[in-house]
Design a protein around this ligand. Structure first.
Ligand code: G6P
Length: 624
């Protein structure tokens, strides 16, 4: 969702800005633009749709400029149009602003500015920042910093800004207010980006902006200021400069590649925290998040672990489904009650946590606004906190002293797949870790679980090897308008995730239900046109799930199962079966979801959908 970039240095700015915008493409956007200062004049070029449209314009215009800012926009205020695309300019076109986040009091500010004679050309909240800055600059045209300080004092919300002015072509200003912005420092050149990956392709010397901070960026470096104008000093930190590669490695889509990477990312995440089945899970690995004081891992003392009497999980989207699996596993192994909340539902409500609660925020990006707001609330209430993220350089990583980092590499496809699996394995490891420390499972069972976990990547490899059979079965679902997914127990969240994947990718309406709930309402929608996809794994809830499937069959639904090899009951109930190798019920969510991911992929690709960047979706949802 929305990305900011900036460049100033000896090179042509437009190609650098475009290359950095490409790095941010995966976050999701619906228009893009740049503002460069060309021969002393601001030149704004923007285009609705994919970056290729902006690239075509840039190739035509070939702006000669060595300073500029750029943006990918995911529409919040106003539809995706050229007018609403960023950058936004002031009335006389001398300064340009790009913006992530939301200016909450924009309507109020817009009314004031309109009364002063400012004319708005877009429906965005961003344009308010451009006109307000222009208004404040009229008071002291040379002091941009003071003007920005007066602007941020008037704006409410969580946001990040990038600003260029043709009167000051030697600098870019950046503002970070409860967002993420990184400045990269090269040899006589500087970079700005809302995601450090977009900077790391050019330099490994970075400064992450702290909250409520203003940066004045020149080719010589960066000066940092608090919102009260006080200057702050901070040394840059060195990060791995490995270039961010966008490479499908022969796969048709990133999504398919990322589904296939799942055994690898599970092995990587497991090997970091699990040495062998005979040793306790160890989260205190010797690695540090770049620029963070906290070590990755869990630094709770044994007494603190024993004092926890409740766990609260907060997350959004796919990460929320991972949290639901976490609940089932932690409650089973540790006997600690676990609540899972959709992070946006924590807003405006009392989060009942205290100093005996462990609050866990799960977020692939570590930047999801609602999840960050929820974890902040937990911190204020004195709860222990822990983050599960794929981004050790994220905002989430700065908020919590305990961090489980999933080892997935960048996930480019907007729909989460490999990071979901890695979040699941993190929950299994965490549950075993807590159970070992609290003595709630036997050593023997802990060993069995750890052996089982280590075997999961090989089972997923066997599942992936069946891809062609899954493809054939999947295409039978492509004509459906509504699809129902059901599962019980550990696989109730799998049903939710299966439905989410199918609708995200193929735009076919799909809902997931606890299998036992089907007869309490959803069964009314069933007829011969509706496929019911049942997750059926031998174990405690097998018979009951099968009975719920039978209820659907009696309503003539098209019956589909995810069932294990050798399950002889399945063929008499289901029209088609996605077979998976046998797997323990407790570990099965890591396996049962994979055929569903592939099913969603094959259907979406068959229907010609934009698999890697589904319409309206963003990877990193940085607004509430
Ligand atoms: C967006 C993405 C989802 C993701 C959710 C939470 O909606 O499209 O794939 O699950 O955000 O993101 P997070 O980065 O917090 O895991």
């Amino acid at each position: 969702m929305c990305g900011i970039v900036g460049y100033l240095g000896p090179n042509q700015a437009a190609p650098v800005l475009l290359s950095k915008l490409r790095c941010l493409e995966y976050r999701g956007y619906d228009s893009a633009g740049v503002a460069v200062i060309e021969a002393g004049r601001l030149n704004v070029i923007k285009a609705v749709g994919k970056l290729a449209n902006l690239e075509t314009l840039l190739q035509k215009e070939r702006p000669m400029a060595t300073v500029g800012i750029g943006h990918t926009r995911w529409a919040t205020h106003g539809s995706p149009t050229d007018e609403n695309a960023h950058p936004h300019i002031n009335a006389n076109g001398t300064l340009a602003v790009v913006h992530n986040g939301i200016i909450e009091n924009y309507a109020e500010l817009k009314a004031e500015l309109t009364a002063r004679g400012y004319v708005f050309r877009s429906d965005t909240d961003t344009e308010v920042a451009a006109h307000l800055l222009s208004y404040e600059l009229e008071k002291a045209p040379t002091d941009v910093l003071r003007a920005i300080i007066r602007v941020v004092a008037q704006m409410r919300g969580a946001y990040a800004l990038g600003i260029v002015s043709q009167h000051h072509p030697d600098r870019i200003y950046a503002v970070n207010h409860h967002y993420s912005l990184t400045v990269g420092l090269g040899e006589k050149e500087s970079f700005l980006a809302s995601d450090s990956t977009a900077v790391r392709q050019f330099t490994n010397k970075i400064i992450r902006l702290e909250q409520s901070e203003i940066a004045e960026i020149t080719t010589d470096g960066v000066r940092l200021f608090a919102f009260d104008g006080n200057e702050r000093t901070r040394d840059p930190i060195s990060v791995e400069s490995n270039a961010y590669k966008i490479d499908k490695e022969g796969f048709k889509h990133f999504l398919l590649k990322e589904i296939h990477e799942q055994p690898l990312v599970l092995r990587q995440t497991l090997s970091k925290y699990l040495i062998s089945a005979d040793q306790p899970v160890n989260f205190n690995v010797e690695s540090f998040a770049p620029g963070l004081s906290a070590m990755y891992g869990v630094s709770l003392s044994d007494d603190q672990v024993r004092s926890i009497d409740r766990i609260q999980i907060v997350a959004c989207g796919t990460a929320y489904h991972a949290g639901l699996v976490g609940k089932y596993v932690i409650e089973e192994l540790c006997g600690i009650p676990v609540e899972v909340d959709i992070a946006s539902e924590v807003r405006g409500r009392k989060l009942l946590v205290n100093n005996r609660t462990l609050t866990i925020a799960v977020s692939q990006s570590g930047e999801t606004a609602d999840t960050l707001a929820a974890i902040n609330e937990a911190i204020e209430s004195g709860s222990f906190t822990l983050g599960i993220t794929n981004r050790p350089d994220s905002h989430l990583a700065t908020l919590t002293p305990n961090l489980i980092v999933t080892e997935c590499g960048i996930e480019v496809s907007v729909a989460a797949t490999k990071t979901y699996l890695a979040q699941l394995v993190s929950f299994y490891l965490l549950a075993i870790y807590l159970a070992e420390k609290r003595g709630s499972i036997s050593d023997q069972y802990a060993r069995e679980l750890k052996r089982g976990l280590s075997h999961v990547p090989a089972v997923i490899e066997q599942v992936l090897a069946r891809e062609e059979a899954y493809r054939r079965e999947s295409l039978k679902l492509a004509d459906a308008h509504d699809v129902v997914f059901i599962g019980r127990g550990f696989n109730y969240p799998t049903a939710l995730e299966g439905a989410l994947k199918l609708k995200e990718l193929s735009y076919i309406h799909a809902s997931g239900y606890a299998a036992g709930e089907l007869k309490h309402g959803p069964i009314a929608v069933l007829d011969s046109s509706v496929p019911v996809i049942t997750v059926l794994v031998p174990g405690r809830v097998y018979e009951k799930t099968l009975s719920n499937a039978q209820e659907s069959r009696a309503r003539n639904a098209r019956m589909v199962a995810i069932a294990v090899d050798g399950d002889e009951s399945a063929p008499s109930t289901f029209d088609y079966i996605f077979r998976i190798p046998p797997i323990d019920e407790i570990l099965s969510p890591m396996v049962t979801v994979v055929p569903m991911q592939l099913m969603s992929y094959f259907v979406a690709d068959f229907l010609g959908k934009d698999v890697d960047q589904p319409r309206n979706l963003a990877k990193s949802v940085t607004v509430e």
